[in-house]
Design a protein around this ligand. Sequence first.
Ligand SMILES: Cc1cc2nc3c(=O)[nH]c(=O)nc-3n(C[C@H](O)[C@H](O)[C@H](O)COP(=O)(O)O)c2cc1C
Length: 206
Amino acid sequence: MKVLMINGSPHERGCTYTALAEIAKTLDKHGIESEILYLGTKPVAGCIACGNCRKTGKCIFDDKVNYVIENLDQYQAIVVGSPVYYASASGQVVSFLDRLFHSSAKRMAGKLGAAIVSCRRGGATASFDELNKYFSISNMIIVTSQYWNMIHGNTPEEASKDIEGLQTMRTLGENIAWLLNCLDAARKAGVPAPVYEKQIATNYIR
Ligand SMILES: Cc1cc2nc3c(=O)[nH]c(=O)nc-3n(C[C@H](O)[C@H](O)[C@H](O)COP(=O)(O)O)c2cc1C
């Protein structure tokens, strides 16, 4: 069992990382492997709606999106972390997720998904809701915690002082570990995965 954690902050070891690392520690306690994927500081291309991914299964921009696409079967859970920028998730993470989910939404079904956000003061719940929308349109199982998954601080030192935020991350880690073990037990017991109908897309045309 492996959990992918996407750090959508340009700060490799900033507040978002501090929160993700707290989840990783809890997962590790339960013997669950995790990987923190840093998106870097270079611009992340947005989706150009070229449709290439529908033909090849890969994004036309050969960056870390394709790395995740190639390794997707390894991950049973995806945690997306982002700093709050103007009451929204970071531009990098939104561009990344648009391309990842546009190319791979069907392969996300049955995986666990969790969003975490970091902010100085405001806009956390709006950003949290924004990130959860990728999971809730992809037949994923959204994992929650004791509070909305947020941490407060402008620096990692400040974020480390948000003891409720850190506890929220540990509780999220506990819930992810428990649900992964439940899904594994269900699979071993022969509980079948849901069989979906062919999707109807009406585009609101009657
Ligand atoms: C462009 C920009 C916009 C920001 N907008 C907000 C905001 O709307 N609300 C807020 O509380 N903090 C805002 N911040 C502060 C960051 O969200 C905060 O410092 C965050 O914890 C940084 O996380 P990181 O260290 O992982 O990058 C903004 C920071 C930047 C650079």
